[in-house]
Design a binder for this molecule. Structure first.
Ligand SMILES: O=C(O)c1ccccc1NCC(=O)[C@H](O)[C@H](O)COP(=O)(O)O
Length: 199
């Protein structure tokens, strides 16, 4: 099970996630209590072991700014939330970025991973990073294919049941491993990753 812990803001957050076995860590550049600026992100990327994928998280930001921030901070992949057309994916792919396509599930959502050239598809609640769950039964009859991550209100306590229900390729968590909004709880990060390993 691939695991990503998102919204990290300190070196201690990164070290905890990496030591507890996270495959990827996310740094939020979008407007959020978890937002980090470019120098902070660069520092956190440098503090991340090379075996852990670093992901910059963006929402509705022009691709020129996305590319500039991703390049300056050195993240290994770019996660796009919001209303990006296929041409935005093409633009960033053409510049050599690995992409994560993040979206809520609607009847129109393309659930084939790679349809926009992305490495991973992230199916999330309608308000990303809100900690709200969404109706997983909406996936019935239309299972996503490929490297897709389940996100949205996951916690150490509910992650096993969610995996049993929809069998994702990977998991993404933020709010569920926090003590208050934007502040990671290291015990909860360890508990989440331990629970994910036993699924
Ligand atoms: O974290 C945010 O505040 C945020 C803001 C804007 C775009 C994306 C954002 N976060 C993305 C994520 O943290 C995760 O990909 C995912 O949504 C998990 O969220 P959660 O339900 O809090 O576990």
């Amino acid at each position: 099970m691939f695991t990503k812990v998102c919204g990290l803001r300190t070196e201690a957050d990164v070290a905890t996630a990496a030591e507890a076995g996270a495959d990827a860590v996310g740094f939020v550049f979008a407007a959020s209590p978890r937002r980090v600026d470019e120098p902070t992100a660069r520092r956190l990327v440098a503090a991340t072991p090379p075996s852990v994928l670093t992901v910059g998280v963006f929402k509705d930001m022009p691709t020129g700014e996305v590319a500039a921030l991703a390049r300056a901070s050195g993240v290994g992949a770019v996660q796009l939330h919001g209303d990006y057309p296929r041409s935005a994916f093409d633009d960033l792919l053409g510049q050599g970025f690995r992409l994560v396509r993040a979206t809520a599930l609607t009847p129109a959502t393309e659930v084939t991973t790679g349809a926009y050239g992305e490495d991973m598809l992230l199916l999330d609640s309608p308000v990303a990073g809100s900690g709200e769950r969404w109706d997983l039964t909406a996936l019935t009859g239309r299972p996503p294919t490929g490297h897709w991550l389940l996100a949205g209100g996951l916690t150490p306590d509910n992650v096993r049941a969610a995996v049993t229900e929809v069998a994702p390729w990977g998991l993404d968590v933020s709010s569920g491993v926090e003590s208050s909004r934007g502040v990671k709880d290291h015990g909860r990060i360890r508990a989440f990753l331990a629970a994910a390993r036993t699924t």
